[in-house]
Ligand binder design. Sequence first.
Ligand SMILES: *Cc1c(COP(=O)(O)O)cnc(C)c1O
Length: 381
Amino acid sequence: MKFGTKVIHAGIEPDSATGAIMTPIYQTSTYVQEAPGQHKGYEYSRTQNPTRSILQANVAALEDGRYGIAFSSGLAALDALIKLLRPGDEIIANDDLYGGTVRLFQKVYAQFGIRSRFVDLTNPQALEEYITDDTRWVYVETPSNPLLRLVDIEAICAIAHRRGIRVCVDNTFCSPYLQKPLTLGADLVLHSATKYLGGHSDVVLGLLVTREPQLAEQLYFIQNATGAVPGPQDCFLVLRGIKTLHVRMERACANAMAIAQFLHSHPAVAKVYYPGLASHPQHELAKRQMRDFGAMLSFELDSDCIDDAVRLCQKTRYFQLAESLGGVESLISIPAAMTHASIPPEQRRQAGLRDTLIRLSVGIEDVSDLIEDLQQALDSL
Ligand SMILES: *Cc1c(COP(=O)(O)O)cnc(C)c1O
Protein backbone atom coordinates (compact mmCIF):
# COMPACT_ATOMS: atom_id res chain seq x y z
CA MET A 1 0.00 0.00 0.00
CA LYS A 2 1.39 3.43 -0.96
CA PHE A 3 1.41 6.35 1.48
CA GLY A 4 -1.57 8.20 -0.02
CA THR A 5 -3.67 5.04 0.33
CA LYS A 6 -2.39 4.20 3.82
CA VAL A 7 -3.57 7.52 5.25
CA ILE A 8 -7.12 6.57 4.30
CA HIS A 9 -7.16 2.78 4.66
CA ALA A 10 -4.33 1.40 6.86
CA GLY A 11 -5.78 -0.20 9.98
CA ILE A 12 -9.23 1.20 9.17
CA GLU A 13 -12.22 -1.02 8.29
CA PRO A 14 -15.89 -0.04 8.04
CA ASP A 15 -17.51 -0.46 11.48
CA SER A 16 -18.37 -4.14 11.88
CA ALA A 17 -21.70 -3.48 13.64
CA THR A 18 -23.19 -0.90 11.24
CA GLY A 19 -20.95 -0.47 8.20
CA ALA A 20 -20.22 3.17 9.15
CA ILE A 21 -17.38 4.25 6.89
CA MET A 22 -16.02 6.70 9.47
CA THR A 23 -14.43 5.21 12.59
CA PRO A 24 -17.04 5.51 15.39
CA ILE A 25 -16.19 7.58 18.45
CA TYR A 26 -16.48 4.95 21.18
CA GLN A 27 -17.36 7.40 23.94
CA THR A 28 -17.46 4.80 26.70
CA SER A 29 -15.43 4.16 29.82
CA THR A 30 -16.28 0.48 30.26
CA TYR A 31 -17.47 -2.61 28.36
CA VAL A 32 -20.03 -5.23 29.41
CA GLN A 33 -18.54 -8.68 30.04
CA GLU A 34 -20.35 -11.95 29.28
CA ALA A 35 -18.85 -13.61 32.37
CA PRO A 36 -16.17 -12.34 34.77
CA GLY A 37 -13.02 -11.87 32.68
CA GLN A 38 -14.80 -12.90 29.46
CA HIS A 39 -14.93 -9.93 27.06
CA LYS A 40 -14.31 -8.83 23.46
CA GLY A 41 -10.79 -7.49 24.12
CA TYR A 42 -11.99 -4.29 25.77
CA GLU A 43 -12.37 -3.93 29.54
CA TYR A 44 -11.83 -0.29 30.48
CA SER A 45 -11.02 2.72 28.27
CA ARG A 46 -7.76 3.72 29.95
CA THR A 47 -6.46 0.28 28.96
CA GLN A 48 -8.05 -0.06 25.49
CA ASN A 49 -10.54 1.91 23.41
CA PRO A 50 -11.52 0.93 19.84
CA THR A 51 -11.21 4.47 18.39
CA ARG A 52 -7.74 4.74 19.93
CA SER A 53 -6.70 1.26 18.73
CA ILE A 54 -7.55 2.22 15.14
CA LEU A 55 -5.58 5.47 15.37
CA GLN A 56 -2.60 3.59 16.83
CA ALA A 57 -2.69 1.00 14.02
CA ASN A 58 -3.02 3.68 11.34
CA VAL A 59 -0.07 5.78 12.54
CA ALA A 60 2.07 2.65 13.07
CA ALA A 61 1.48 1.83 9.37
CA LEU A 62 2.29 5.38 8.24
CA GLU A 63 5.67 5.20 10.01
CA ASP A 64 6.39 1.69 8.64
CA GLY A 65 6.30 0.51 12.26
CA ARG A 66 4.31 -2.20 14.00
CA TYR A 67 3.05 -0.66 17.23
CA GLY A 68 1.50 2.74 17.87
CA ILE A 69 0.93 4.03 21.41
CA ALA A 70 -1.24 7.14 21.78
CA PHE A 71 -1.07 9.73 24.58
CA SER A 72 -2.96 12.83 25.64
CA SER A 73 -0.23 15.11 24.20
CA GLY A 74 3.19 15.01 22.57
CA LEU A 75 4.79 15.78 25.93
CA ALA A 76 2.85 12.94 27.57
CA ALA A 77 4.38 10.64 24.92
CA LEU A 78 7.84 11.96 25.81
CA ASP A 79 7.03 11.51 29.50
CA ALA A 80 6.29 7.82 28.83
CA LEU A 81 9.64 7.41 27.07
CA ILE A 82 11.49 9.00 30.02
CA LYS A 83 9.74 6.61 32.41
CA LEU A 84 11.72 3.78 30.77
CA LEU A 85 14.80 5.28 32.48
CA ARG A 86 16.09 4.90 36.03
CA PRO A 87 17.90 7.37 38.29
CA GLY A 88 21.47 7.80 37.05
CA ASP A 89 20.53 7.03 33.44
CA GLU A 90 21.34 9.66 30.87
CA ILE A 91 19.79 10.84 27.64
CA ILE A 92 21.69 12.79 24.99
CA ALA A 93 19.69 15.13 22.76
CA ASN A 94 20.50 17.71 20.12
CA ASP A 95 20.72 21.26 21.43
CA ASP A 96 18.00 22.94 19.37
CA LEU A 97 14.76 21.37 20.57
CA TYR A 98 11.12 22.11 21.22
CA GLY A 99 11.12 24.23 24.40
CA GLY A 100 8.70 21.95 26.28
CA THR A 101 11.01 18.99 25.70
CA VAL A 102 13.92 20.78 27.38
CA ARG A 103 11.62 21.88 30.22
CA LEU A 104 10.42 18.32 30.88
CA PHE A 105 13.98 17.01 31.11
CA GLN A 106 15.46 19.86 33.14
CA LYS A 107 12.64 21.09 35.33
CA VAL A 108 10.78 17.84 36.01
CA TYR A 109 13.02 14.80 35.59
CA ALA A 110 16.42 16.16 36.69
CA GLN A 111 15.15 16.05 40.30
CA PHE A 112 14.48 12.31 39.90
CA GLY A 113 18.08 11.70 38.86
CA ILE A 114 17.45 11.39 35.12
CA ARG A 115 20.31 13.20 33.45
CA SER A 116 20.03 14.95 30.10
CA ARG A 117 22.61 16.63 27.91
CA PHE A 118 21.91 18.88 24.95
CA VAL A 119 24.68 18.90 22.39
CA ASP A 120 25.33 19.83 18.78
CA LEU A 121 24.69 16.68 16.72
CA THR A 122 24.87 18.26 13.25
CA ASN A 123 28.17 16.40 12.98
CA PRO A 124 27.11 12.85 13.97
CA GLN A 125 30.68 11.82 14.87
CA ALA A 126 30.49 14.25 17.81
CA LEU A 127 28.10 11.81 19.49
CA GLU A 128 31.03 9.45 20.23
CA GLU A 129 32.57 11.98 22.65
CA TYR A 130 29.38 12.48 24.62
CA ILE A 131 28.36 8.86 25.19
CA THR A 132 29.07 7.52 28.67
CA ASP A 133 28.36 4.20 30.39
CA ASP A 134 25.12 5.75 31.66
CA THR A 135 23.76 6.80 28.26
CA ARG A 136 20.56 4.90 27.47
CA TRP A 137 18.87 6.93 24.74
CA VAL A 138 19.77 9.45 22.09
CA TYR A 139 16.88 11.83 21.41
CA VAL A 140 16.85 13.66 18.10
CA GLU A 141 14.61 16.33 16.64
CA THR A 142 15.20 16.88 12.92
CA PRO A 143 14.76 19.38 11.40
CA SER A 144 15.19 21.15 14.70
CA ASN A 145 13.04 23.84 16.20
CA PRO A 146 13.36 26.72 15.38
CA LEU A 147 16.72 26.76 13.54
CA LEU A 148 15.90 23.98 11.06
CA ARG A 149 19.19 22.18 11.64
CA LEU A 150 19.28 18.58 10.50
CA VAL A 151 20.62 15.51 12.22
CA ASP A 152 21.72 12.53 10.10
CA ILE A 153 19.43 9.86 11.55
CA GLU A 154 21.15 6.91 9.86
CA ALA A 155 24.63 7.96 11.05
CA ILE A 156 23.44 8.67 14.62
CA CYS A 157 21.69 5.29 14.82
CA ALA A 158 24.80 3.44 13.60
CA ILE A 159 26.97 5.05 16.31
CA ALA A 160 24.38 4.63 19.09
CA HIS A 161 23.54 1.01 18.24
CA ARG A 162 27.21 0.02 18.26
CA ARG A 163 27.19 1.04 21.95
CA GLY A 164 23.84 -0.61 22.71
CA ILE A 165 22.03 2.73 22.97
CA ARG A 166 18.56 3.32 21.56
CA VAL A 167 17.47 6.26 19.41
CA CYS A 168 14.17 8.15 19.46
CA VAL A 169 13.34 10.67 16.74
CA ASP A 170 10.79 13.45 17.24
CA ASN A 171 9.23 13.40 13.76
CA THR A 172 6.68 16.16 14.44
CA PHE A 173 8.14 18.70 11.98
CA CYS A 174 8.21 16.22 9.11
CA SER A 175 5.29 13.88 9.67
CA PRO A 176 5.71 10.41 8.17
CA TYR A 177 4.96 11.92 4.74
CA LEU A 178 8.41 13.56 4.67
CA GLN A 179 10.61 11.31 6.79
CA LYS A 180 10.51 7.74 8.14
CA PRO A 181 12.98 7.45 11.03
CA LEU A 182 12.31 3.73 11.66
CA THR A 183 13.44 2.87 8.13
CA LEU A 184 16.64 4.85 8.82
CA GLY A 185 17.35 2.77 11.94
CA ALA A 186 15.58 4.59 14.78
CA ASP A 187 14.03 2.48 17.56
CA LEU A 188 11.19 4.84 18.37
CA VAL A 189 9.36 7.74 16.72
CA LEU A 190 7.57 10.47 18.66
CA HIS A 191 4.81 12.72 17.32
CA SER A 192 2.99 15.70 18.58
CA ALA A 193 -0.11 14.84 16.52
CA THR A 194 -1.31 18.28 17.58
CA LYS A 195 0.65 19.52 14.55
CA TYR A 196 0.69 17.98 11.05
CA LEU A 197 -1.08 14.68 11.80
CA GLY A 198 -4.13 16.44 13.23
CA GLY A 199 -3.46 19.31 10.84
CA HIS A 200 -6.38 21.57 11.74
CA SER A 201 -5.31 23.19 15.06
CA ASP A 202 -8.27 21.62 16.86
CA VAL A 203 -6.75 18.84 18.97
CA VAL A 204 -3.82 18.04 21.32
CA LEU A 205 -2.51 14.46 21.12
CA GLY A 206 0.78 12.50 21.10
CA LEU A 207 2.01 9.21 19.67
CA LEU A 208 4.94 6.84 19.86
CA VAL A 209 5.67 4.22 17.17
CA THR A 210 8.10 1.30 17.25
CA ARG A 211 8.78 -2.03 15.53
CA GLU A 212 10.10 -3.77 18.67
CA PRO A 213 7.54 -5.91 20.54
CA GLN A 214 9.37 -5.66 23.89
CA LEU A 215 9.66 -1.89 23.77
CA ALA A 216 6.00 -1.65 22.72
CA GLU A 217 4.96 -3.86 25.63
CA GLN A 218 6.79 -1.62 28.12
CA LEU A 219 5.21 1.48 26.61
CA TYR A 220 1.68 0.01 26.58
CA PHE A 221 2.25 -0.83 30.24
CA ILE A 222 3.22 2.77 31.00
CA GLN A 223 0.30 4.09 28.90
CA ASN A 224 -2.15 2.12 31.04
CA ALA A 225 -0.31 2.38 34.37
CA THR A 226 0.17 6.15 34.29
CA GLY A 227 -3.00 6.93 32.31
CA ALA A 228 -2.13 9.91 30.09
CA VAL A 229 -4.44 8.61 27.36
CA PRO A 230 -6.31 10.64 24.72
CA GLY A 231 -10.10 10.58 24.62
CA PRO A 232 -11.91 8.89 21.72
CA GLN A 233 -13.14 12.18 20.25
CA ASP A 234 -9.55 13.43 19.98
CA CYS A 235 -8.46 10.14 18.40
CA PHE A 236 -11.25 10.56 15.84
CA LEU A 237 -10.13 14.11 15.00
CA VAL A 238 -6.56 12.97 14.39
CA LEU A 239 -7.76 10.05 12.24
CA ARG A 240 -9.81 12.49 10.19
CA GLY A 241 -6.91 14.92 9.86
CA ILE A 242 -4.55 12.18 8.69
CA LYS A 243 -6.78 11.35 5.70
CA THR A 244 -5.54 14.50 3.92
CA LEU A 245 -1.98 14.49 5.33
CA HIS A 246 -0.23 13.83 2.00
CA VAL A 247 -2.25 16.50 0.14
CA ARG A 248 -1.73 19.11 2.87
CA MET A 249 2.00 18.40 3.15
CA GLU A 250 2.52 18.64 -0.60
CA ARG A 251 0.87 22.06 -0.77
CA ALA A 252 2.45 23.37 2.44
CA CYS A 253 5.96 22.35 1.28
CA ALA A 254 5.46 24.03 -2.12
CA ASN A 255 4.23 27.21 -0.39
CA ALA A 256 7.18 27.17 2.04
CA MET A 257 9.71 26.83 -0.78
CA ALA A 258 8.23 29.83 -2.62
CA ILE A 259 8.20 31.89 0.58
CA ALA A 260 11.78 30.90 1.47
CA GLN A 261 12.91 32.08 -1.97
CA PHE A 262 10.97 35.33 -1.62
CA LEU A 263 12.48 36.07 1.81
CA HIS A 264 15.96 35.04 0.67
CA SER A 265 15.88 37.72 -2.04
CA HIS A 266 14.30 40.46 0.10
CA PRO A 267 16.73 43.25 1.11
CA ALA A 268 15.28 43.60 4.64
CA VAL A 269 15.95 39.92 5.42
CA ALA A 270 19.44 38.99 6.61
CA LYS A 271 19.16 35.21 6.84
CA VAL A 272 16.67 32.47 5.99
CA TYR A 273 16.75 29.05 7.64
CA TYR A 274 15.09 26.51 5.30
CA PRO A 275 16.53 23.12 4.33
CA GLY A 276 15.16 23.49 0.79
CA LEU A 277 17.48 26.39 -0.05
CA ALA A 278 20.79 25.46 -1.67
CA SER A 279 22.38 27.89 0.81
CA HIS A 280 21.30 25.70 3.78
CA PRO A 281 24.48 24.00 5.05
CA GLN A 282 22.73 20.62 5.17
CA HIS A 283 20.76 20.87 1.93
CA GLU A 284 22.30 17.62 0.62
CA LEU A 285 21.35 15.70 3.77
CA ALA A 286 17.82 17.11 3.52
CA LYS A 287 17.54 15.80 -0.04
CA ARG A 288 18.70 12.37 1.08
CA GLN A 289 16.72 12.07 4.32
CA MET A 290 13.44 13.85 3.52
CA ARG A 291 10.97 13.49 0.66
CA ASP A 292 10.49 17.27 0.52
CA PHE A 293 11.80 20.14 2.66
CA GLY A 294 8.93 20.78 5.02
CA ALA A 295 6.75 23.79 5.74
CA MET A 296 8.61 25.34 8.69
CA LEU A 297 11.10 28.11 8.18
CA SER A 298 12.78 30.83 10.22
CA PHE A 299 14.42 34.09 9.30
CA GLU A 300 16.27 37.05 10.73
CA LEU A 301 15.77 40.66 9.74
CA ASP A 302 18.62 42.88 8.67
CA SER A 303 17.77 44.98 11.72
CA ASP A 304 18.95 43.68 15.10
CA CYS A 305 16.13 45.47 16.86
CA ILE A 306 13.60 43.29 18.68
CA ASP A 307 10.92 45.96 18.13
CA ASP A 308 11.17 45.49 14.35
CA ALA A 309 10.61 41.75 14.68
CA VAL A 310 7.65 42.35 16.99
CA ARG A 311 6.19 44.97 14.64
CA LEU A 312 6.50 42.62 11.66
CA CYS A 313 4.59 39.88 13.51
CA GLN A 314 1.79 42.33 14.25
CA LYS A 315 1.57 43.60 10.68
CA THR A 316 0.87 40.30 8.93
CA ARG A 317 -2.80 39.52 8.27
CA TYR A 318 -2.86 35.92 7.10
CA PHE A 319 0.16 34.83 9.14
CA GLN A 320 -1.41 34.95 12.57
CA LEU A 321 0.65 35.47 15.69
CA ALA A 322 0.44 32.18 17.59
CA GLU A 323 2.42 29.29 19.00
CA SER A 324 2.09 25.81 17.51
CA LEU A 325 2.43 24.77 13.88
CA GLY A 326 1.32 22.25 11.29
CA GLY A 327 -2.25 23.47 10.75
CA VAL A 328 -3.86 24.50 7.46
CA GLU A 329 -3.46 28.16 8.45
CA SER A 330 -0.14 30.03 8.39
CA LEU A 331 1.34 31.18 11.69
CA ILE A 332 4.11 33.56 12.67
CA SER A 333 5.97 33.64 15.99
CA ILE A 334 9.05 34.85 17.85
CA PRO A 335 10.38 31.68 19.52
CA ALA A 336 12.56 33.44 22.13
CA ALA A 337 9.50 35.28 23.47
CA MET A 338 6.98 32.46 22.98
CA THR A 339 7.67 28.71 22.49
CA HIS A 340 11.25 28.90 23.77
CA ALA A 341 10.79 31.47 26.55
CA SER A 342 11.10 28.73 29.19
CA ILE A 343 14.72 28.06 28.12
CA PRO A 344 17.20 30.31 30.00
CA PRO A 345 18.52 33.16 27.75
CA GLU A 346 22.13 32.00 28.12
CA GLN A 347 21.23 28.49 26.96
CA ARG A 348 19.26 29.94 24.04
CA ARG A 349 22.22 32.04 22.97
CA GLN A 350 24.55 29.04 23.17
CA ALA A 351 22.23 27.13 20.87
CA GLY A 352 22.37 30.00 18.36
CA LEU A 353 18.78 31.13 18.91
CA ARG A 354 18.64 34.93 18.67
CA ASP A 355 15.89 36.92 20.38
CA THR A 356 14.93 38.48 17.02
CA LEU A 357 14.47 35.19 15.12
CA ILE A 358 11.05 34.93 13.43
CA ARG A 359 9.50 31.51 12.76
CA LEU A 360 6.83 30.70 10.18
CA SER A 361 4.55 27.70 10.00
CA VAL A 362 3.43 27.84 6.39
CA GLY A 363 -0.13 26.72 5.76
CA ILE A 364 -2.00 25.74 2.63
CA GLU A 365 -3.53 29.09 1.67
CA ASP A 366 -2.94 30.57 -1.79
CA VAL A 367 0.79 31.30 -1.86
CA SER A 368 0.45 34.62 -3.69
CA ASP A 369 -1.65 35.96 -0.80
CA LEU A 370 0.93 34.73 1.70
CA ILE A 371 3.82 36.38 -0.14
CA GLU A 372 1.89 39.61 -0.55
CA ASP A 373 1.16 39.55 3.19
CA LEU A 374 4.86 39.24 4.09
CA GLN A 375 5.77 41.85 1.47
CA GLN A 376 3.46 44.52 2.93
CA ALA A 377 4.63 43.71 6.49
CA LEU A 378 8.31 43.99 5.49
CA ASP A 379 7.65 47.22 3.54
CA SER A 380 6.02 48.76 6.61
CA LEU A 381 9.17 48.50 8.75
C1 LIG B 1 4.44 20.70 19.94
C2 LIG B 1 5.66 19.86 19.96
C3 LIG B 1 5.87 18.92 20.98
C4 LIG B 1 4.94 18.79 22.17
O1 LIG B 1 3.70 18.30 21.79
P1 LIG B 1 2.31 18.67 22.55
O2 LIG B 1 1.30 17.93 21.75
O3 LIG B 1 2.17 20.15 22.50
O4 LIG B 1 2.47 18.16 23.94
C5 LIG B 1 7.01 18.14 20.91
N1 LIG B 1 7.89 18.26 19.89
C6 LIG B 1 7.71 19.16 18.90
C7 LIG B 1 8.71 19.25 17.81
C8 LIG B 1 6.59 19.99 18.90
O5 LIG B 1 6.44 20.89 17.92
